[in-house]
Design a protein around this ligand. Structure first.
Ligand code: G6P
Length: 527
């Protein structure tokens, strides 16, 4: 059994703290030494990806100290306990089993006589069978026409991850003849969200999946009713169009208003639920079940790498450790995720939830306040768009923001044009390489306004192309990184009590049960 300890009680953390400011990246990344670091500070990931940390503020001494920290905090042992079914989510008294939805990583996990791996697989198979019947025209609308569109109604983890994955593979699927149905997403309770999606589709040829783990989320239940209303107004029976993806114990699971229902359970957190039917139904319908299985395989291969005790061979753990060094030793408050791929357009939004909802905590897993900073603020946009937006602050602002680049050698559609001697893909890749060095090494200038101090750390995950496997590996990499950071900080990364208060107050506003400033704001907003 691993021992759970606060970060600041560890001898290895004190030693690490002594290494503050040790590596000057301007020097480290200049000249031949820089080239050597690019070759050496590189760890293979699953699906042909590589995690390169040459431009991070580490050297062998810092890495050795990080290895000691990983060992003392028993990161791999804690991961093993997690996938073997221990109650890691102490706040809610739950297991954490999203890895199991991808592959059996350790011992069978039996809960109340149910083998959880078999349960997750049975639901994936149910989704696969359903999708195949829809694609084959065996399940149709009342008029016998094929469904052409699938709409996911969900918010938070029931929206962001699946939406990011759908967008990431839409063009790939079109280029590889596996595109089956267009997917759309309704998340916001803003009525314009649902109305705009409904206006853009043929509702009579659409399936709608109500996706809510809890089955109680206000936005999702409201949007479900909104869509049903539109179906009825179009003369359609909602039951022929509505599906549910929810946990077995949720109120949604009790209803018989659905053409079909697919289940997960309380052991898969919303922001980790792309590997469950929350992602599985929509992605199997959109791209076919084989593509979805390939995403899970890529993720499972990355999960395997996360078991390695050698930090230099465990990209997820290494990324987590470097992040903690940056946050707790170097003192940086923010991290930017910058994918140089339009396919990963919504991936930063998914990571914002996954990371900040997981590790935005001030108490440890036993509920005691911690005396150190925890999860950083995460934000991001795809490159090169971000370069023309917020990179000014990243290059010359007063805060140092560690950066996580992601880049691919090839685009997805295979369409490209050579303009002024280079392709667009070459221009994209040239930019990410240039940015790493610009941030790391900077540039001197007589004019202080044009001076770049450099010393701004970054890593890059490099792959060939955004494919189902490499996307799964990328998803799992960040999930596992966040998990390891939670272990390092000794926080519970798997609950989210911080989102409750606002929901309670909103309910009071709607019931006109307010006074003071809350009433004043309610009046200002005409509620
Ligand atoms: O899937 P649901 O139960 O509808 O939850 C949707 C989302 O809302 C909650 O408020 C949480 O903040 C998220 O972690 C969750 O993913």
């Amino acid at each position: 059994m691993a021992t759970w300890k606060n970060l600041d009680t560890l001898a290895s953390f004190d030693k690490l703290a002594e290494l503050k400011g040790r590596v000057n990246i301007v020097e480290a990344m200049s000249g031949e030494n820089g080239a050597k670091r690019v070759a050496e500070y590189n760890t293979p990931m699953a699906a042909g990806l590589n995690y390169n940390y040459a431009a991070k503020e580490v050297d062998d001494t810092v890495l050795d100290a990080l290895a000691d920290l990983a060992e003392e905090q028993q990161l791999v042992e804690k991961y093993e306990e997690l996938y073997n079914g221990a109650i890691i989510n102490t706040g809610e008294g739950r297991r954490v089993l999203h890895h199991l939805a991808r592959r059996q990583q350790g011992d069978p996990v039996i809960v109340d006589g149910v083998d959880k791996r078999k349960f997750y697989v049975s639901q994936q198979e149910k989704a696969a069978e359903f999708a195949k019947k829809v694609h084959a025209g065996e399940i149709t609308n009342a008029a016998g026409e094929k469904f052409t569109t699938v709409v996911q109604i969900g918010i938070g983890g029931s929206d962001l991850g699946p939406r990011a994955l759908y967008i990431a593979l839409e063009n790939w699927a079109k280029a590889n003849d596996t595109f089956k149905m267009e997917a759309k997403f309704i998340s916001n309770v803003d009525p314009d969200d649902a109305a705009a999606v409904l206006n853009s589709i043929d509702v009579s040829r659409s399936l709608f999946i109500v996706v809510s783990k809890s089955g109680t989320t206000l936005e999702t239940l409201t949007n479900e009713a909104f869509v049903k209303d539109a179906l009825v107004k179009a003369g359609l029976d909602p039951k022929n169009h509505m599906l549910a993806a929810t946990s077995e114990t949720s109120p949604l699971a009790q209803g018989d208003d659905y053409l079909e229902s697919f289940f997960m359970d309380d052991f898969i957190g919303g922001r980790y639920s792309s590997s469950s039917v929350v992602g599985g139904v929509v992605l199997s319908l959109a791209f076919g079940p084989d593509v979805y299985a390939r995403i899970l395989n890529g993720a499972a291969d990355e999960d395997e790498l996360a078991k390695n005790k050698d930090i230099r061979k465990n990209p997820d753990m290494l990324d987590a450790l470097i992040g903690v060094y940056e946050r707790n030793v170097q003192g940086y408050p923010t991290t930017a995720v910058l994918p140089y791929s339009q396919a990963l357009n919504r991936f930063p939004a998914h990571l914002q939830q996954c990371d900040m909802e997981s590790n935005g905590k001030s108490v440890n897993r036993d509920g005691e306040p911690v005396n150190y900073v925890t999860g950083p603020i995460i934000f991001g946009e795809p490159g090169t768009n971000g370069q023309h937006s917020f990179y000014q602050l990243l290059h010359q602002g007063t805060d140092i923001v560690p950066l996580q680049f992601v880049g691919y050698r090839k685009n997805q559609l295979g369409v490209d044009v050579e303009i002024q001697g280079t392709t667009s893909q070459q221009k994209l890749c040239a930019n990410v390489a240039a940015q790493i060095i610009a941030f790391a090494c900077g540039k001197d200038d007589e004019n202080p306004n044009k001076r770049f101090a450099g010393g701004r750390p970054s890593s890059i995950i490099i792959g060939d192309q955004v494919t189902p496997e490499s996307l799964g590996a990328l998803l799992a990499h960040f999930e596992n990184k966040i998990m390891f950071q939670g272990f390092l900080w000794n926080v519970n990364s798997f609950d989210q009590e911080g989102v409750q208060l606002g929901k309670v107050l909103a309910t009071r506003v709607l019931a006109h049960d307010t006074d003071g400033a809350l009433k004043a704001f309610s009046d200002l907003l005409d509620i």
